[in-house]
Structure formats: structure tokens, C-alpha cells
Design a protein around this ligand. Structure first.
Ligand SMILES: *[C@@H]1O[C@H](CO)[C@@H](O)[C@H](O)[C@H]1NC(C)=O
Ligand SMILES: *[C@@H]1O[C@H](CO)[C@@H](O)[C@H](O)[C@H]1NC(C)=O
Ligand SMILES: *[C@@H]1O[C@H](CO)[C@@H](O)[C@H](O)[C@H]1NC(C)=O
Ligand SMILES: *[C@@H]1O[C@H](CO)[C@@H](O)[C@H](O)[C@H]1NC(C)=O
Ligand SMILES: *[C@@H]1O[C@H](CO)[C@@H](O)[C@H](O)[C@H]1NC(C)=O
Ligand SMILES: *[C@@H]1O[C@H](CO)[C@@H](O)[C@H](O)[C@H]1NC(C)=O
Length: 512
């Protein structure tokens, strides 16, 4: 069913994709100065959705900073499959309404003689014509041809992950044979903890999970499967916490456990959340809301946005109910409501009834967005920041992998944990509109540096690489583990497979 829908869309969008914008037209664009960047300009970088950015520049050489009329962006992809027929490619052009565009495309088969041509107002632009002989693989193709250092370089990964360095500093080296049994004994409590023990050996994935609710293993499985289709991961061993809360309490025994969320009073080693990881893997696939679509579905420009704080969410923390109280005292400043009651069901009469959720894309009809913790950090923060509204963020001990790059007052407006300064900060925002717009722009710009799909993949590979350098015990598949296998899709891997020996002696930790 899903496939059929794609085919229809692909048929429609195969060759041509056109974007026209309606908005102010005070900019005169110089197509020849258009700036292009992003991993999708190198088609040999494999992702389900490959993407690149396009920034319009005006005749004076200044970046265009608003949506403009009469910018006609056309992207054409011509390519053939192994039978010599036209290769199936689905292209989308997303208008970020800030003078920039995101072009993304998805392949459905291995393509050859791959040619991308980008024109702006019918003019070819420098760097806008790309040719790769191929083979150009699609996401499902099992073809791990690169070593970790080559892969990190090719995917334009950062070499400076302060969060990883910080998380790993307590584990200069590790011998799992000394701690494995005790770790499992301490943490594998069936009713409260969901933990998977992974071994990566010869680029194959093995695991054993502990706990009653381990369904979320599909998320850690799917990123590892995706990576091992492209890169030869180092042999290593680690424990993945599938629950919300970080597990390794500060002051307690120190065990290495990977988690999706960290906190100031725990010592877990953190990874991008399952949410952003899934949307990075599945954009132009199963997922609608991702870090690219959120930038391309803004309906209301800054000046048309409603000057209120907008929020929707579950009742997963007391402050979320408090927000409802505050909003009732200041209805002119808020449009907020609880969508679902689970934690405070006995208070539905006061705070409910639950409102129907609305599309996340419509959040940005409002100028002020709020990020308020749920059980842990609210995993919507990267999407909120990537929109074009200004984000107010509650101070919190919880953090995700990229929070160490966030500067309060520069990328978001900080709010006290108990929300006591929320109303005052909204008044301040209304008085400082241009500053707010700047913060909104800075938030989006930072997300383009740290939270796009390729950043999420880079973070995983960098962490696994640095982790593997610290694990000194022998890596072997342990009793009770099962293999998490690839689904063979028949895609031939032409490039000769990278041998595992060649993966030895990869970049040393000093280089990070
Ligand atoms: C214009 O936009 C590009 C792409 O975002 C950026 O690298 C460059 O610094 C911008 N130039 C100016 C003058 O802001
Ligand atoms: C675009 O340019 C080509 C040649 O440069 C011309 O033949 C064609 O008519 C133009 N198309 C439009 C829509 O202006
Ligand atoms: C690495 O990142 C940290 C924090 O983001 C920054 O202070 C430092 O200058 C960076 N180092 C390099 C070599 O880029
Ligand atoms: C709150 O927002 C929703 C979604 O935009 C809208 O339908 C509703 O009318 C708003 N409520 C008020 C009181 O403005
Ligand atoms: C958590 O730690 C960070 C960095 O040390 C600090 O800036 C922040 O205030 C702390 N937050 C809480 C709620 O303790
Ligand atoms: C915010 O607005 C107030 C009141 O108009 C003004 O006094 C203050 O200087 C502004 N602050 C900033 C950072 O622009």
C-alpha cells in the first residue's frame, strides 16, 4: 500500500520539481550567486533521503532572508538503472521561507550515470550540475564499503564532540569481563528496566535484551543495521538502555550504559534520541515530521504569526498542568492544552478534557513555542528549534546529545523550572520582537549544524568508534545473544567490500 503510493508520487515527480513562492518581492535575485551545500550534493553518500540546501543571494551579494516571489527552483535528476531504464527518483523541494530551500531526493534502486541539475529562474548555477558515474546505492542496499575514518570524512562529520568526550572521560579503558555479570545483575530488573546488550563483531549485530518491555529495541536495531550497510563498524560491546530515564546514578557504582537522555545527576553515555534517529532514517519514508520537513512546512511568516505561546502535549509532568493554570489567568498570551491524560487522570476534570492533537507544522502559526520536560527531556526540542518561531525552554537537568551547543538567550529564551517567570518573559518577548526573530533564526541555524540526519548518523559512528577504542576486553558473541540480521533486498554490491583488517588502527582518540 505504502509502496503503491510512493510509485504514484514518484511517477508525478520523477523528472521535475517546481517550487514557486508567494510573499514579498523586494529582493532581486542573482541566480548565479546562489549558494549550494549539503551531503546530497555527493550522491555517493548513502541515505534514504539525500538532501542539500540552496541559499538565494540578491544582486548586491546579500543573502536573501525572507521568502520571495518569483524564485523558480527546478531540480532535475537524470539517471539509469541496471536495465538501462530511467532510475526511479522522488524529489522534493522544500521552501524554508527564509531565502533558503532544502532539496531532497530518494532513490528506489541502484542508479548509474547520475546527473543532478539545479536551475534558479531558468539559469544554471555554479555547483548546480553534478555527475556521478555510480553505482549510487539506495538505503536498503547492503554494501559496507568504507572504513570508519573514510566514512566520517565522506559524511562531513564533525571531529569535535565535546558531549562524547565528556561522557567517556570516566571510562578511559574498560574490561567487560570484569563487570558484565554485575552490570546485568544490577540493572536487568525485569519490571523496571529495559536493557539490551549488544555485540558488534565483523560488522554483524548480536544482542540479548533484558526486561518485560523491550519493543524499543527496534530503534537501536534499525540505526545499527543502517550503519552496517554502509560502513564497517569496529568490533565492540555495549549496553543500551531502552527506557526514558538515565540509569547510572552519580555517586553509585559506575557502569557504562548508553541512553537516549542524560541528566546532571547521572553518568549515562548518551546517544541521539530514538525519535530523532528514527526520523533521520525514515524521512521520505515512514516518518512525516523530521528535521527537514519541519523547515519546509512553515505556513505563516514571522510577521503573520500569532503573538501567543502555543503548546500541546501529554500530562507527563506537573509543570505541564501548571502551564494550564497560568494560561487561564492570561488567556491573551497563551494557546496551550493537554492532549492526553495518563499520569494525572484524577485531575482531568480540572485540566481536561484532552484536546485533539494538531499537526506539528501548525505550531509555527504562533510566535512563541514552549519546551517543557515530560518524563525526561522533551524530544521535540530539535524540531521546535528548526521551525521559525522562538523557543522558550524550561531549565532542566535533562539533556540530549546536542544540548551542550545551546546557549540560553542566543538560541532560546530560558524559563525557570517552575515556570514562575514565564508570563514576564512573554511580555518581554512582545517588547523585543526583532531580538526574538534573531533568536528564532539562530535556533534554526544551530539545528542545521548539529541535528540534521547526517549529524545523527555521524554521532553514532563517532561514539561507537571512540567507545571501541576504550574497550580492551575480547569481543565475542555471548551465550544467549541472537543476530539482528539484514533483510537481503537483492541489491548487488559492486564495490569490493572493505576487509575488516583494514579497519584496524583507525583514527586515534587524540584526533577528536
Ligand atoms: C549566506 O548564507 C550562507 C549559507 O547559509 C552562509 O554560509 C554565509 O555565511 C551567509 N553569508 C552572509 C554574509 O551572511
Ligand atoms: C529557459 O531557457 C531556455 C534556454 O536557455 C529557453 O529555451 C526556455 O524557453 C526558457 N524557459 C523558460 C520557462 O523561460
Ligand atoms: C570543540 O567544541 C568546543 C565546545 O563546543 C569548543 O569550545 C572548542 O573550541 C572546539 N574545538 C575545536 C578544535 O574545534
Ligand atoms: C488555539 O489554537 C488552535 C489551533 O491553531 C485553534 O484552532 C484555536 O481556535 C485556538 N484557540 C484560541 C482560543 O485562539
Ligand atoms: C546542569 O548542568 C549544567 C552544566 O553543568 C548547568 O549549566 C545547569 O544549570 C544544570 N542544570 C540543573 C537543573 O541542575
Ligand atoms: C526589550 O524591551 C524593553 C522595553 O521596550 C527595552 O527596555 C529593552 O532594552 C529591550 N531589550 C533588548 C535586549 O532589546
Amino acid at each position: 500500500m505504502e509502496r503503491m503510493m510512493y510509485s504514484a508520487i514518484v511517477a508525478l515527480m520523477l523528472i521535475l520539481n517546481l517550487a514557486t513562492i508567494a510573499s514579498s518581492d523586494k529582493y532581486e535575485i542573482d541566480p548565479s550567486r546562489t549558494i549550494l551545500w549539503g551531503p546530497g550534493l555527493s550522491p555517493e553518500i548513502v541515505m534514504r533521503s539525500r538532501y542539500f540546501f540552496l541559499q538565494l543571494v540578491d544582486v548586491n551579494g546579500n543573502n536573501v532572508t525572507e521568502g520571495v516571489e518569483k524564485a523558480d527552483i527546478r531540480v532535475t535528476i537524470r539517471s539509469t538503472n541496471s536495465n538501462g531504464h530511467t532510475c526511479r527518483v522522488w524529489i522534493q523541494t522544500l521552501n524554508s521561507k527564509d531565502g533558503s530551500y532544502i532539496v531532497r531526493y530518494r532513490l528506489y534502486q541502484t542508479c548509474y550515470d547520475f546527473r543532478i541539475d539545479v536551475t534558479v529562474n531558468n539559469r544554471t548555477i555554479p555547483k548546480g550540475s553534478i555527475y556521478e558515474k555510480g553505482p549510487i546505492y539506495e538505503e536498503e542496499c547492503v554494501c559496507p564499503t568504507l572504513s570508519v575514518p573514510d566514512w566520517l570524512e565522506k559524511y562531513q562529520c564533525s571531529s569535535n564532540y565535546s558531549q562524547i568526550l565528556n561522557d567517556l572521560k570516566d571510562f578511559p579503558q574498560l574490561n567487560f569481563s570484569n563487570i558484565r555479570t554485575q552490570l546485568i545483575k544490577n540493572y536487568a530488573k525485569p519490571h523496571s528496566v529495559s536493557l539490551c546488550h549488544y555485540v558488534i563483531k565483523n560488522n554483524r549485530i548480536f544482542r540479548r535484551c533484558y526486561g518485560e518491555h523491550v519493543g524499543f529495541k527496534v530503534f537501536s536495531d534499525s540505526i545499527l543495521l543502517s550503519l552496517t550497510r554502509k560502513v564497517v563498524l569496529p568490533d565492540t560491546e555495549f549496553f543500551m538502555n531502552l527506557g526514558d530515564w538515565p540509569l547510572v546514578q552519580e555517586g553509585g557504582p559506575l557502569y557504562p550504559i548508553f541512553s537516549w537522555c542524560g541528566s546532571n545527576d547521572t553518568k549515562d553515555i548518551i546517544l541521539p534520541t530514538y525519535d530523532i534517529t528514527e526520523s533521520s532514517l525514515e524521512n521520505m519514508g515512514r516518518v512525516m515530521l523530521d528535521m527537514l520537513s519541519v523547515q519546509g512546512n512553515i505556513k505563516t511568516p514571522w510577521n503573520g504569526k500569532i503573538e501567543k505561546m502555543f503548546w500541546r502535549g501529554r500530562d507527563s509532568r506537573r509543570e505541564r498542568l501548571k502551564l494550564i493554570d497560568i494560561s487561564r489567568e492570561h488567556p491573551d498570551l497563551f494557546n496551550v492544552s493537554i492532549t492526553n491524560f495518563f499520569f494525572f487522570r484524577d485531575e482531568v476534570a480540572k485540566y481536561g478534557p484532552g484536546q485533539r492533537p494538531i499537526s506539528f507544522f501548525n505550531f509555527f502559526d504562533y510566535k512563541y513555542q514552549l519546551n517543557i520536560d515530560g518524563t525526561v527531556a522533551a524530544y521535540r526540542l530539535p524540531y521546535l528549534l528548526a521551525g521559525d518561531s522562538v523557543v522558550f525552554k524550561q531549565e532542566s537537568k535533562y539533556y540530549e546529545y546536542f544540548y551542550d551547543r545551546l546557549i540560553p538567550g542566543e538560541h532560546f529564551v530560558p524559563i525557570k523550572t517552575d515556570l514562575s517567570d514565564l508570563v514576564e518573559k512573554i511580555h518581554w518577548a512582545k517588547d523585543n520582537d526583532s531580538r526574538m526573530r534573531q533568536i528564532a533564526k539562530a535556533g534554526r541555524a544551530l539545528m542545521r549544524e548539529v541535528a540534521l540526519p547526517h549529524h545523527v548518523f555521524c554521532y553514532h559512528v563517532s561514539l561507537l568508534q571512540m567507545w571501541s577504542e576504550r574497550v580492551k576486553s575480547t569481543i565475542s558473541v555471548l551465550e544467549g545473544m541472537e543476530e539482528v540480521g539484514q533483510v537481503e533486498n537483492g541489491c548487488p554490491c559492486h564495490a569490493h567490500k572493505f576487509s575488516t583488517e583494514a579497519n584496524e588502527g583507525v583514527r586515534s582518540k587524540d584526533e577528536f
